[in-house]
Design a protein around this ligand. Structure first.
Ligand code: OGA
Ligand code: MN
Length: 224
């Protein structure tokens, strides 16, 4: 094999975690959700968490004295701060490449027809929360699959900030997920209400959604 061939092979495979993707697909098929600790490739964890910290610092400085209303939109439902991932830096591109690989894998295994993807960083300062909600509503073909991953190194039991995933409307107990670095949660957006409990410390995560193509003849979805 030539040097160039091995480079191409290497870059094709880098970050492609077939075992992980297969486990997520199996979980989704059998239960509609998947929770995997230490799942996000460690290089991606490192670059995303460093990037988010750096970005947060800059934003904090830029916010200066008067914060825009944007910060606390919907104050009674969610009090986190978000930043959309558009591909504006190598780190964002790295994340989008990885989520695109997962998208392709899930489409080929589960025929989900996932068409586009949107995601954002979220920072919950101490005391912030996101009340019980759905990411999508039945019949409004939009967000099909939600994915959340966490960028917090170390998390104590009393730090709070768990994601609570409820299996249906009547579930009041739910499944608690500790927001530890690299844990990946994937679930069908219409089927699982969930909430973020208030944390005692800064809590960093990325939340994303895969959509199906909802275009009809006259209305074409804008490309991402
Ligand atoms: C969301 C969400 C969960 C989390 O942003 O819609 O539910 O654990 N996030 O950050
Ligand atoms: Mn949500």
């Amino acid at each position: 094999m030539s040097a160039i061939q091995s480079l191409v092979l290497k870059s094709d495979n880098s970050g492609f975690d077939e075992t992980l993707f297969a486990a997520i697909a199996d979980d989704l098929y059998h239960q509609g959700y998947s929770i995997t600790p230490v799942a996000l490739p460690s290089a991606l964890c490192t670059s995303m968490s460093q990037y988010q910290l750096k970005m947060d610092e800059q934003r904090f400085k830029a916010a200066g004295i008067g914060r825009g209303n944007d910060y606390l939109k919907n104050e009674f439902v969610r009090t986190d701060e978000i930043c959309w991932i558009t591909g504006k830096s190598p780190e964002e591109v790295e994340w989008l490449n990885w989520t695109a690989q997962l998208q392709r894998y899930l489409n080929s295994r589960l025929f989900l027809g996932l068409f586009s993807f949107e995601s954002h960083f979220a920072h919950y300062a101490p005391g912030m929360y996101y009340k019980r909600h759905y990411d999508a509503f039945k019949g409004e073909a939009q967000r099909v699959l939600s994915i959340v991953t966490y960028l917090n190194s170390g998390w104590a039991i009393d730090d709070g900030g768990e994601l609570v995933l409820f299996t249906d409307d009547n579930d009041i107990e739910g499944i608690k997920v500790v927001p530890l670095m690299g844990t990946i949660v994937v679930f069908l957006s219409e089927d699982f209400p969930h909430e973020v409990l208030p944390a005692q410390r800064d809590r960093y995560s990325i939340a994303g959604w895969y959509r199906v193509n909802t275009s009809v003849s006259e209305r074409v979805d804008p490309p991402l």
